[in-house]
Design a protein around this ligand. Structure first.
Ligand SMILES: Cc1cc2nc3c(=O)[nH]c(=O)nc-3n(C[C@H](O)[C@H](O)[C@H](O)COP(=O)(O)OP(=O)(O)OC[C@H]3O[C@@H](n4cnc5c(N)ncnc54)[C@H](O)[C@@H]3O)c2cc1C
Length: 400
């Protein structure tokens, strides 16, 4: 196959990005805002995101506002006023965290919930409007070479691209990471996520909701929150379970009856919610151990971003949030004074890895707390009763 080289005349201002998910698009916007051209390669022929929701803490919403996306976000997001924790067994409220105005005052931005496709579209439109990013769809990064003054990328279709740096935003099974670090594969956590979206008008009134609710039960938890300006409800139920088949591409259709069986003896209200939804999809949750050094986030002219660098369990609802934070940090190091690219990326890695590791570790811990049984569960409920909001708030994260 003849090789095809894509050169940029202003090569010294060119960044290559692998992956066009939320992380890759955020990285593209960051490069553009820092005054760099970027070429983004996405292996699929069309951009898209799974039909599910995403929660964004004030730490993430603040960054989107700084990119000038506040008005666009308002058109598609929901802004819950309250996060409630309830017992999955009895339905009792165990704790509350006011969001809305409190988050705005304390952390400079609201707590938002959004359909993943809406967030993806928002970022894509911003990238297209800036006009400095070339989007290559159907282009699958196969390998790369850091040749000192540049990085050369080869795609599966034989195309070759050259840039000053490569950002691997190619997700959990990242090829860039594999080439860069050659470390172990992601871990299978033994947790399965059932995900669904339903129009609120299709639900009986008592099941509709404009807030975030986290139902905690032994070995399981369920999270529900509004998306699409409150018109739709996103529901995620996480239970223990085994992967059958290839975990690499594990997004399966499933049935309400499977989920009901997995949920065991939960309260009527929760069972009613599950029964009201027909279209569930089932995901195997994978992660990596928390990062231990900056070397896991960048080396030479190659940086990792989002799930490629620090895939995490979803129990802090911050995986995409950390990808967006990574991107804003990338923008800062690319905007800074003239210096070698490897130094810029080293500064990016030094700045990001500890925070990412902390969120990964807290996500694992939260999973244990959410799914607690016996004494641990009793302690959790008692602590929530006494400390309430203080226990549920995460100032170090939301202020960060
Ligand atoms: C059940 C569940 C609930 C979650 N809830 C939240 C939440 O509430 N809040 C939150 O912030 N996060 C949440 N997350 C985490 C969040 O979904 C991820 O952290 C985030 O989507 C990662 O984005 P990414 O761009 O890094 O990776 P991905 O979304 O995986 O994107 C990677 C992209 O790279 C492309 N690609 C892969 N390989 C190549 C290649 N070789 N060449 C070119 N392109 C390639 C892929 O096609 C894909 O488009 C949740 C996750 C799960 C599983």
């Amino acid at each position: 196959m003849p090789s095809r080289w894509y050169h940029n005349s202003a090569m010294e201002k060119q960044i290559l990005i692998a992956g066009g998910g939320i992380g890759g698009l955020a990285a593209a916007l960051a490069c553009s805002r820092a005054g760099w051209s970027a070429t983004l390669m996405e292996r699929t022929r069309e951009f898209g995101e799974v039909g599910a929701g995403i929660q964004m803490g004030p730490n993430v919403v603040r960054r989107l506002h700084a990119w000038g996306l506040e008005d666009d976000l308002k058109k598609v997001a929901a802004y819950p006023e309250m996060l409630r924790v309830r017992s999955a067994d009895t339905g009792d409220v165990l704790g509350r965290l006011p969001l809305g105005e409190r988050a705005r005052k304390l952390y400079g931005a609201p707590y938002a919930t959004i359909h993943r496709a809406d967030l993806h579209t928002l970022l894509l439109k911003a990238v297209e409007k800036d006009g400095t990013v070339q989007l290559h769809l159907g282009r699958w990064l196969e390998s790369f070479l850091d040749i000192g003054p540049a990085v050369q990328v080869t795609a599966l279709d034989g195309a070759q691209l050259e840039g000053q740096a490569l950002v691997g935003a190619d997700g959990l099974w990242s090829t860039v990471r594999q080439n860069l670090l050659n470390d172990a594969e992601p871990r299978i956590t033994g947790h399965l996520a059932y995900r669904a979206l339903i129009a609120q008008r299709e639900l009986p009134a008592f099941l509709r909701s404009s807030n975030v609710t986290v139902w905690m039960g032994p070995d399981l938890h369920v999270v529900q929150y509004p998306v699409r300006r409150g018109h739709w409800l996103n529901v995620v139920a996480i239970v223990k379970g085994q992967v059958i088949g290839d975990v690499d591409d594990w997004d399966q259709e499933t049935h309400t009856s499977d989920l009901r069986a997995a949920m065991g003896r939960t309260c009527n209200r929760l069972q009613d919610l599950v029964s009201a939804i027909n279209n569930w999809r089932l995901w195997a949750l994978c992660d990596r151990p928390p990062m231990v050094s900056a070397g896991e986030q960048a080396k030479g002219r190659v940086a990792l971003l989002g799930d490629a660098a620090h895939p995490m369990r979803p129990y802090m609802a911050q995986g995409a949030g950390m990808a967006i934070e990574d991107a804003t940090c990338l923008q800062a190091v690319l905007s800074g004074p003239e210096r070698p690219m490897a130094e810029r990326l080293q500064a990016y890695a030094n700045e990001r890895w500890r925070r990412n590791a902390r969120v990964q570790a807290r996500s694992i811990r939260n999973g244990q707390i959410f799914h607690a049984k016996g004494l641990m569960r009793w302690g959790r409920d008692a602590a929530m009763d006494v400390l309430g909001t203080r226990l549920l708030d995460v100032p170090w994260l939301y202020r960060g």
